[in-house]
Design a protein around this ligand. Structure first.
Ligand code: GRF
Length: 218
């Protein structure tokens, strides 16, 4: 007896920038590599390049211009409305440059991912490539984690390491990190879509085991 394939997991992808991770996720979904679909791309600013890119990919888009709201609570109410209206079951922060409240994170506990361009817990926050070079790191990389109320602090799921090479600039290092991002972010989404990765009691479980350390490659 054959089992019907699960329907694609609907995603809300939140962007502030050019959206290269969003595009990588869209391609992984379209190719069938990941059993998910982008239900809506949402930007917090009208000039986010990711919006135009999403439209070129035929995706549904919304702009919720944060500056038009009196405070974060009002912005998050609008954001929540758009996420719910899209039917998304997983929220994917893909270069979303806005700190979300603990209440918002709690509402999406275990169902909201972020990608951060460093080997967390090293280099939370901004300018990670500059800081890794300045610190003389020999290795740098990228992390995918569940979002909690703590900035770049939720449970780590997946990391990819890249070398810091002699003569690297923030630009060259960032390009190397981004190439890794475009592989590991769709991969983690695929784990969730396939029911392999879940959050149980605030802890990630992968393939039936507590994931105490992220899966690391590179
Ligand atoms: C990526 O470097 C990601 O790690 C960080 O923001 C950047 C977004 O890039 N959170 P893009 O907009 O997906 O190209």
């Amino acid at each position: 007896m054959s089992t019907a394939a699960a329907p694609p997991l609907p995603l809300a992808v939140l962007v502030s920038g050019r959206g290269s991770n969003m595009a990588a996720i869209a391609h992984a979904c379209a190719s069938g590599a990941v059993n998910a679909r982008i239900a809506r791309v949402i930007a917090d600013r009208s000039n986010a390049g990711g919006i135009e890119r999403a439209q070129q990919l035929g995706l549904e888009t919304r702009v919720i211009a944060a500056r038009q709201f009196p405070d974060r609570a009002a912005f998050e109410t609008a954001l929540q409305y758009e996420i719910e209206a899209s039917g998304a079951r997983l929220v994917v922060l893909a270069g979303f440059m806005r700190i979300l409240s603990g209440e918002f994170a709690a509402r999406h506990a275990g169902a909201m991912l972020n990608i951060h361009p460093s080997l967390l817990p090293k280099f939370t926050g901004l300018h990670t490539h500059e800081r890794a070079i300045a610190a003389g790191e020999l290795q740098h990389g990228v992390s995918v984690h569940f979002v909690t109320g703590e900035l770049d602090g939720g449970p780590l799921l997946r990391q990819a390491r890249v070398p810091v090479l002699p003569g690297d600039t923030p630009h060259s290092l960032s390009a190397r990190v981004q190439a890794a991002e475009h592989i590991i972010y769709p991969e983690v989404i695929g784990w969730i879509a396939d029911g392999r990765l879940k959050a149980i009691g605030g802890l990630p479980w992968l393939d039936g085991r507590a994931l105490l350390q992220p899966v690391v490659t590179g």
